[in-house]
Design a protein around this ligand. Structure first.
Ligand code: CP
Ligand code: NVA
Length: 303
């Protein structure tokens, strides 16, 4: 692994190794306290963040490394100076670049011109660090395995849905993606996920019918309006209303767990009773962001 722009470039073995390393780091943090000693990592953001920003910063410190936070002071990358020059300059000082950007192409350009690894911490198409934390969480609650695991992503076919599909396909998970008509995942990404599932023993099913969620281990939500979207909340609420996760849906489907990448819009995509209920894995997912990302960084930066 040279970069971590999308999980689609990783093998099943690589993704499972990241999950196992993340779990080991979570249980034995002292063992890894010098894993990134002397390393500096730039974390840059074109969009807001709570979980990603803090989990990378604290996680890098726990590995003995140093995080340099670059906020949105320059607006979109490429405005003040070219992405190429930005990448080449950063590479003079740091050992890796973690970037949250509007356009996936910005990450591709960063990776092309940087001579250090680049990690995608969210773009318009993918959120791979989130997917790794999510599958680490599912692996933990399923008893250190993803064998036979199933998940229903319900909502907008967005960046989070794409990474859950791709990672699930590679890891051999049964991933069902349920969206309103007109909000399906990107067709090419869905096709790629199908191919990866066939190669790795996963299963990808797309539907507009909520019934498809019956019998899964976990129901997964994300916001119905992503950062940078221009959808109106009023329209979206009408179109997505049948797709809300509430106690009745949890009971009907028999799902044991509720997952969400957060931020959660309470009372919109999910009700308080599921967000705060026994079934909720939200804080475990949030905590695992740090562990999974640290495992990604250690994998990319190991000698
Ligand atoms: N889930 C997630 O990426 O949260 P932030 O946008 O707060 O980083
Ligand atoms: N789909 C959301 C995820 C936020 C973590 C967004 O891109 O805004």
């Amino acid at each position: 692994m040279e970069n971590f722009l999308s999980v689609k470039d990783c093998s099943k073995e690589e993704l499972l190794d990241i999950i196992k390393l993340a779990v080991d780091f979570k249980n034995n943090p002292e063992k890894y306290s010098q894993a990134l000693a002397g390393k500096s990592i730039a974390t840059l953001y074109e969009k807001p963040s709570l979980r990603t920003r803090v989990s990378f910063d604290v996680g890098i410190a726990k590995l003995g490394g140093h995080a340099v936070y670059l906020d949105q002071q320059n607006g979109a990358l490429g405005k003040r100076e070219s992405v190429k020059d930005f990448a080449r300059n950063l590479s003079c000082w740091v050992d890796a670049i973690v970037a949250r950007v509007f356009e996936h192409n910005t990450l591709v350009e960063l990776a092309e011109h940087a001579n250090v690894p680049v990690v995608n911490s969210l773009c318009n198409l993918y959120h791979p660090c989130q997917a790794m934390a999510d599958y680490q969480t599912l692996y933990e609650v399923k008893g250190a395995t993803l064998e036979g695991a199933s998940i229903a992503y319900i909502g907008d076919g967005n960046n989070v849905a794409h990474s859950l599909m791709l990672a699930g396909a590679i890891l051999g998970v049964d991933v069902r993606v349920i969206t309103p008509i007109g909000y399906s995942p990107d067709a090419l990404i869905a096709q790629h996920a199908q191919t990866l599932a066939e190669q790795n023993g996963g299963k990808i099913t797309l539907s507009h019918d909520i019934e498809l969620a019956n019998g899964v281990d976990a129901i997964y939500n994300d916001t119905w309006i992503s950062m940078g979207d221009s959808k109106s909340l009023e329209d979206v609420r009408k179109i997505f209303a049948p797709y809300q996760t509430n106690a009745a849906l949890m009971e009907k489907t028999g799902a044991q767990y509720f997952m969400h990448c957060q931020p959660v819009y309470r009372g919109i995509e999910a009700t308080d009773e599921v967000v705060d209920g026994e079934c909720s894995l939200l804080m475990q997912q949030a905590e695992n962001r740090m562990h999974a990302q640290n495992a990604v960084l250690m994998t990319l930066l190991k000698k």
